[in-house]
Design a binder for this molecule. Structure first.
Ligand SMILES: [Zn+2]
Ligand SMILES: [Zn+2]
Length: 129
């Protein structure tokens, strides 16, 4: 019947809940090593499942488990660092850099493509930052 609750397309559907890869968290203060300052991170989330697709170049991973066996999983095509399940991530409000946010530890930078290129130019490995 047409009087029955109408659902707007694309809103409030829970069908995809089981496959949700991330969960939003509340904003917090954290140290940003790019700004070299304590900043606010408004966009924060906890990763629930392995990334199946590169957020940078869009490459679909055939076997994410294989990539995640490495100490620092990264996209095989563009070297985008991959988020790990059960870790928190967020973007610095000030510079937009992505960090892994760990309780009681300094946030670890996940450099984007531009930041990786900068580091390559200077002969630095991002894992040593
Ligand atoms: Zn990629
Ligand atoms: Zn920053």
């Amino acid at each position: 019947m047409s009087w029955f609750k109408k659902l707007k397309p694309g809103s409030g559907s829970n069908n995809g809940a089981a496959s949700q890869e991330t969960f939003p968290l509340v904003a917090r203060q954290a140290w940003c090593s790019v700004c070299d300052a304590q900043t606010t991170f408004t966009r924060i989330w906890r990763r629930a499942a392995m990334m199946r697709k590169c957020p940078n170049c869009g490459l679909s991973f055939e076997d994410p488990g294989l990539l995640y066996k490495r100490f620092q999983p990264a996209c095989p095509r563009c070297a985008e660092p991959l988020e790990q399940p059960d870790f928190d991530y967020g973007f610095c409000d000030r510079c937009g850099s992505k960090f892994e946010l760990m309780e009681g530890a300094k946030p670890g930078l996940l450099p984007n493509q531009r930041q990786r290129e900068e580091m390559d130019k200077h002969g630095k490995s991002w894992s040593s930052i």
